[in-house]
Ligand binder design. Sequence first.
Ligand SMILES: C[S@@+](CC[C@H](N)C(=O)[O-])C[C@H]1O[C@@H](n2cnc3c(N)ncnc32)[C@H](O)[C@@H]1O
Length: 341
Amino acid sequence: MKQASLQNNIFYNGDCVTGAREYLPDNSVDLLITDPPYGIKGDQLHKHYNRNEEFVIGGYVEIPQKEYADFSTAWIKEAERVLRPGGSLYIVSGYTNLVDILNALRTTCLREINHVIWKYNFGVFTRQKYVSSHYHILFYEKPGGVRTFNLECRYGLDEKTEEGKSLNNFDREDVWMINREYKPGQAKNKNELPTKLLIKMIQYSSNEGDLVCDFFLGGFSTANVAIGLNRRATGFEISRQMFDAKSKEIETLNPGGLISDLRNPTVSTLENFGTPWTDEEIQRLKEGFLQLADKGMTKAKMVAQLGEAHGRGRFAIVNALKKINCYNRIKSPSTTLDKFS
Ligand SMILES: C[S@@+](CC[C@H](N)C(=O)[O-])C[C@H]1O[C@@H](n2cnc3c(N)ncnc32)[C@H](O)[C@@H]1O
C-alpha cells in the first residue's frame, strides 16, 4: 500500500479493512473518528448541495447500497479490534444507511455512550418536505479500560453565561450546532468535516500523544486536526487522487499548531472533586443539611453552601442528597422545606 508520513504519522492509500489488518495492531488506537461514505452515490452529492464543485477533488469512492451492510460489518469489526480497551469511536453518518451501521455495531462488544445529533447550516434543498440539516454521530467505547473524557477541557464546571447557565453543560449537550465550512477556492473532499467539530471530539476524547485514527480520511481533516492538537495520527484513504492531493498538504503541517487557538477553560479546583464519598462525610452532609433546613434556606443556596463545605460541585451534592432522601424534601427553590427528621 502506498504510504505518506509526517514524522511518525503514517497514512495509507488503500482499503481500510485490509489496510487495518496489515498495519494496525490489536488495541493500538486511542481514538477512532470516522466518516464512512454514505452509500447514497457520494459522487453525486453536489446535486443536493448548492455549491461550486470546481474545487472538489475527484475520485471519491462510494460503497454500493447492496454492499453497505456487509462493508459496515467488516470495517466496524476492524475498529473493534484496533481500539484499545477504553478507546473511543465516533462514527459520523447520514440517516439512509444508519441502520446498517447500528446493526454492525451490535455484533461487536462496543458500547454506546451517546448518540449525538450534529446540526449544520444550509441543509439539503427541498420543496415538499422539511429541510434535512443534521447528521448522526455515534459515540461508542470499547469496554475493558478507562475511557478518556476530559470533562473540563473546553469549559470549567463553574463557568457560566451572563444568565447563569452552565457553559460546560451546554457544550456537552448531545445536539451540536456547528456550521459546515465554506472553503471557496480551496481543493477539498466532497464533504469534509469542519475543524470545530473535530477539535471538539479530539479534545474531549484524547490526550496529547494519543493515537487518533480515521479509516476514511477523505480530505485528511481528522489527521490535520489531530496533528494540530499534538496527537499522533494515522488512517486510510482508498482514492489515489484524493490521497495524493491531501497527503502533500499534511507534510506542511505544524504539529501542535492549533493549540494556541484553543480557549483556556477556568478549571474548577474543588478539593474533593471526583473522589468517592466516605460514610463520615455523608453523615456530615446530613447534619449540615439539617442545620440549613432549620434556617429555612433556599434550595440553590443550600446546595452551594454544602458544596463549599465539602469541596464538591453542585451535581455531587444534589446526587448525594438524593441518595440519602433529603433533596426531594426541598419543595421549591424559594420555599423552605418540611422539617426533616
Ligand atoms: C465521507 S468521505 C470522508 C470525508 C472526511 N471525513 C473529510 O473530512 O474529508 C469518505 C471517504 O472514504 C473513502 N473510501 C471509500 N471506501 C473506502 C475504503 N474501503 N477504505 C478507505 N477509504 C475509503 C472515499 O474515497 C471518501 O474519500
